[in-house]
Design a protein around this ligand. Structure first.
Ligand code: NAP
Ligand code: ZN
Ligand code: ZN
Length: 331
């Protein structure tokens, strides 16, 4: 379909999209699994491309630069969340890159499964040139969504940190927890991912379907980050936390998940959630990736393969993020 992008305003950047990552949220949205999709929806919020035009007030990037756009394209910029660099929690409602009310067109925003995007420079990001651009694109969601809670809840040397699920988010969680110096344990349902888990930085890999293997870790974790996209037992992970430790959920299954309060009471434990990250922290994450030469493990696809990619993602059969080569749109 043809979508309209606005003519660049003075603070706007127009980007010719080269690569767009395929997040499980794209699948949830395309199939209306969260019950809030407005059709037609154009998914994609791991966007990387080349700047083609800039408004006359833009100073962050220039024509020809590589630039990226993540899950956010605007916010009110004045509320307490926005002024604290937490635009994702804007009290006026953050403007997501797709499927949200577009302040300019009056319609809905459309994401990165497209040729171009126009975005205010305040919501564009700079990607370190050392990183391969196709492998860097998914950092814009999978990267920041795992980096932000690992930093906030203090993943570091001397801490035992679990990552649940080795998908797009999970494989970045393993890389970041390892690079931050934590003793990193991957929980996976897929026996075939054990070797990859270790290669990506896990000190230990636990097959979560094995109750005995799980029980060996009871009461031992400082932090567990849960990236699972489907129904699963949160109590099994709460049982692995120490006193005052936290299970932080970033995966977003469409159904409510059952939590026994006894998993929280004895001993005292925390259950929390986290949503992507603010723009400043996203830039900090990209710079961290540049410094440590971290990017995503990807499978490059053509847009014509997107339905097949969604089906493989549902089977947890992705190594470990699909990225669309957007040149295929014009092929
Ligand atoms: P993904 O690549 O499909 O990875 C999800 C992983 O979860 C799978 O690889 C699999 O890992 C595990 N899994 C899948 N089904 C399972 C089941 N029934 N039981 C146990 N484990 C299962 O997805 P993703 O792109 O990383 O996204 C993960 C979730 O995070 C999605 O719900 C997405 O919408 C959400 N998300 C949230 C945010 C946020 O800001 N909070 C941002 C982005 C995405 P194993 O094979 O290793 O078991
Ligand atoms: Zn995402
Ligand atoms: Zn705000």
């Amino acid at each position: 379909m043809t979508i309209n992008r606005r003519e660049p305003l003075p603070s706007d950047v127009e980007i010719d999209i080269l690569y767009c990552g395929v997040c499980h949220s794209d699948l949830h949205s395309a199939r209306n699994e969260w019950g809030m999709t407005t059709y037609p929806v154009v998914p994609g919020h791991e966007i990387l491309g080349r700047v083609t035009r800039v408004g006359n007030k833009v100073s962050k990037v220039k024509v020809g630069d590589t630039a990226a756009v993540g899950c956010l394209v605007d916010s009110c910029r004045t509320c307490s969340s926005c002024t604290n660099n937490l635009e994702q929690f804007c009290l006026g409602g953050p403007v997501f890159s797709y499927g949200g009310p577009d302040k300019h067109s009056g319609g809905m925003t459309h994401g990165g499964y497209s040729e171009k995007i126009v975005c205010d420079e305040a919501f564009t990001l700079k990607v370190p040139s050392i990183l391969d651009p196709a492998c860097a694109a998914p950092l814009l969601c999978a990267g920041i969504t795992t980096y932000s809670p690992l930093r906030k809840w203090g993943a570091s040397k001397g801490k035992k940190v679990g990552i649940v699920g080795l998908g797009g988010l999970g494989h970045m969680g393993v890389k970041f927890a390892h690079t931050l110096g934590a003793h990193t344990v991957l929980f996976t349902t897929s026996e075939s991912k054990v070797a990859d888990g270790k290669r990506l930085g896990a000190d230990e890999v636990v097959i979560s379907k094995n109750a005995d293997a799980m029980a060996k870790h009871a009461g031992s974790f400082d932090l567990i980050l849960d990236t699972v996209s489907a129904d699963h037992d949160l109590n099994a992970y709460l049982a692995l936390l120490k006193l005052d430790a936290s299970l932080v959920v970033v995966g977003a299954p469409s159904n409510p998940q059952l939590v026994s309060v006894f998993s929280l009471l004895m001993p005292r434990r925390n259950l929390a959630g986290s949503l992507i990250g603010g723009i400043a922290e996203t830039q900090q994450m990209l710079d961290f990736c540049g410094k440590h030469n971290i990017a995503c493990d990807i499978e490059l696809i053509r847009i014509q393969q997107i339905n097949e990619a969604f089906e493989r993602m549902l089977k947890s059969d992705v190594k470990y993020r699909f990225v669309i080569d957007m040149a295929s749109l014009k092929a």
